[in-house]
Ligand binder design. Structure first.
Ligand code: F6R
Length: 596
């Protein structure tokens, strides 16, 4: 999704800050990038394609103490130099970058065109600098003009603007994140903290409809009427090292390897191993009659796990795809808790579903990785998963931390259950993940099956979400066809697709009924000559029917999904690597999906 960076600092540094900030935003996914700097005159440079094309195009004339930059992920109009941000008015005196969608842009554009404005792009954004231009022509100051233009907009936006005669960056947000970075002698602006983390870890989160003004290293925040708001400055716990590749070929591999540490952080200070009790401030006093999870993609898979775990603990619970829930919400009662699982805390579908829940008056909880994200700020409670920044578009460590956080939630609200055993297993989990990372045969499995026609993943119970996640990870980074199914569903249709050219990854742990039945399903695919890769702790005899076994250590049934999933993350990574794919930035995908 689109990303915004801004800097008000020293003339000889601002351009570098913008360009490195754009690199820090690359992980969100983009197809073009651009910058605008003001130095009394306004200069703009933008290019379709990767940021290095922009870096090559930037010439010595471009400079100034204030500037804005943008990575674009196309919504209105294809990727092109013209559609890249920043966009300017007719005179080239005002430049604007925008995340989100201006829903009434067609009407505004028609209106502006009638009044003689000429447009260079297909974007919805371009109406904004022209609206500002009209106000300036009527004698407004830059800030008055910007505020007046914003009142005309409908939809979602994070906006930043610079103008030729102004030493300020003006910015505002509505349903799209924007954060101010506070430096010693510079002020920064970004849609996402990693963009300026090299320069400062002190941040001010903007709320909807607040306005920020960044000028010569200083900043102010005002409300829609111009009244000064006393904002608090927070420190983000992430550091720049966490957002560097640190010698790994890809962020995804680095993040897979960061899981032991991420899991320790998620658990720290939250569980009492002696009593098996869970003490999480965000969950204190929580006693829901029922729980509804809303989430998308990988987070939805964690939600499926969470709902199952809660049901096992005696609490009625369901998982919903947020995009569906937002328009077809399930019935709630006064004691329903709606939990939004969202790594970024900015996924538009999930925010919409949570807002729908709030609209109906029920309590909401955000389970997120990003302190200060929109979900965190809007929900009644926030359970942070503490995985640290995740840069690779494919979610890895955040899924593991979400599964652990779901276990914490379930232990905290359970009426009955086995919290003590789960807590003990969670204590051993980081070490067990490390063991898998040190010894996995996933790369050899990838070598063996890389040229297959398609890949299927099956699992039952807690391993159903793992099967779905294994397939999602593989398809998104390898572009190969992969599907996950509940193991028992294979014979109801998908089995027709199974051949000797379609490996089946079967996840089975323990020796109970679920594992035994999964073994039966494995025999069904084996009889169709499909290669079988078993992901197992060896407690059942699934390995006997498998061509290859990816081993995981024995653990509690509610913790095993994390371990099994680590093996599948590695398989996906190595298949994609062998195919030479763009692993950290898969085609068409974005890290933070801020449109519905
Ligand atoms: C897949 C992936 C996506 C996200 C989904 C929700 O690897 O990353 O499926 O899980 O877009 O994102 P969040 O968790 O930020 O709400």
């Amino acid at each position: 999704m689109c990303g915004i960076i801004g800097c008000s600092g020293r003339s000889d540094e601002t351009l570098d800050v913008l360009l490195s900030g754009l690199e820090g935003l690359e992980y969100r996914g983009y197809d073009s990038a651009g910058v605008a700097l003001s130095n009394g005159t306004l200069s703009v440079c933008k290019r379709e394609g990767e940021i290095h094309r922009l870096q090559q195009a930037v010439d010595g004339d471009l400079g100034g103490p204030v500037g804005i930059g943008h990575t674009r992920w196309s919504t209105h109009g294809p990727p092109s130099d013209a559609n890249a941000h920043p966009h300017t008015d007719c005179s080239g005196g005002v430049a604007v970058v925008h995340n989100g969608i201006v829903e009434n842009y067609a009407d505004l554009r028609a209106e502006l065109t009638d009044r003689g404005h000429e447009f260079d792009s297909d974007t919805d954004t371009e109406v904004v600098p022209h609206l500002v231009e009209e106000e300036l022509a009527d004698g407004a100051t830059f800030e008055e003009a910007f505020r007046a233009a914003v009142t005309r907009l409908e939809g979602s936006y994070a906006l930043a603007a610079v103008a030729e005669d102004s030493a300020a960056i003006l910015a505002t947000r509505h349903d799209s994140p924007l954060v101010v970075g506070v430096g010693d002698d510079a002020a920064y602006l970004a849609s996402d903290v990693p963009a300026f983390l090299d320069y400062t870890d002190r941040v001010v989160y903007l709320e909807d409809d607040e306005f920020a003004r960044l000028e010569t290293g200083s900043w102010t925040v005002t409300d829609a009427d111009g009244g000064l708001i006393d904002k608090s400055v927070s420190r983000v716990e992430w550091d720049a090292e966490e957002t560097a590749k640190s010698g790994y070929d890809h962020y995804m591999l680095k993040e897979i390897h960061e899981q032991p540490r991420a899991l320790r952080k998620c658990l720290r200070g939250r569980v009492d191993e002696r009593t098996g009790s869970v003490a999480v401030e965000a969950l204190e006093g929580l006693n829901p009659g029922s729980v509804q999870f809303v989430a998308c993609g990988t987070s939805y898979h964690a939600a499926l796990f969470g709902a199952q775990t809660l049901r096992e603990a005696g609490v009625p619970a369901q998982a919903f795809l947020a995009s569906e829930y937002a328009t077809s919400p399930a019935p709630v009662t006064d004691d329903t808790l709606v939990v939004g699982i969202t790594q970024s805390g900015e996924t538009a579908d999930t925010l919409s579903a949570l807002r729908e829940a709030q609209h109906r008056g029920v309590e909401t909880l955000a389970m997120t990785n990003v302190v200060g994200s929109t979900a965190a700020r809007e929900c009644d409670r926030t359970l942070t998963i503490r995985a640290g920044p995740e840069i690779g578009v494919a979610a890895t460590k955040t899924f593991s931390s979400q599964v652990v956080a779901c276990n914490l939630l379930s232990a905290a609200v359970a009426e009955r259950g086995d919290a003590r055993e789960v807590v003990e297993a969670l204590r051993d989990l980081p070490g067990q993940v490390q063991k898998i990372l040190d010894s996995s045969r996933a790369e050899r499995v990838a070598e063996e099956y890389v040229d297959s026609e398609a890949y299927f993943f099956v699992g039952r119970g807690h391993h159903h979400p793992v099967a779905l996640e294994g397939a999602l990870k593989l398809k998104e980074i390898s572009y190969e066809h992969a599907e996950g199914f509940p193991a028992g569903e294979l014979k109801h249709g998908p089995l027709a697709l199974v051949t000797a050219e379609t490996p089946v990854f079967a996840v089975a742990t323990g020796s109970g009924e679920k594992a035994t039945k999964t073994v039966g399903n494995v025999k069904e695919v084996e009889a169709r000559d499909a290669p079988v890769v078993a992901v197992t702790d060896g407690a059942s005899d699934v390995g006997r029917y498998a061509d290859v076994v990816l081993e995981i250590p024995e653990t509690h049934a509610r913790v095993a999904p994390v371990l099994a999933n680590v093996q599948l993350q590695l398989v996906a990574y190595y298949i994609a690597k062998k195919l030479g794919r763009s692993i950290d930035k898969p085609r068409n995908l974005a890290k933070s999906v801020t449109v519905e």
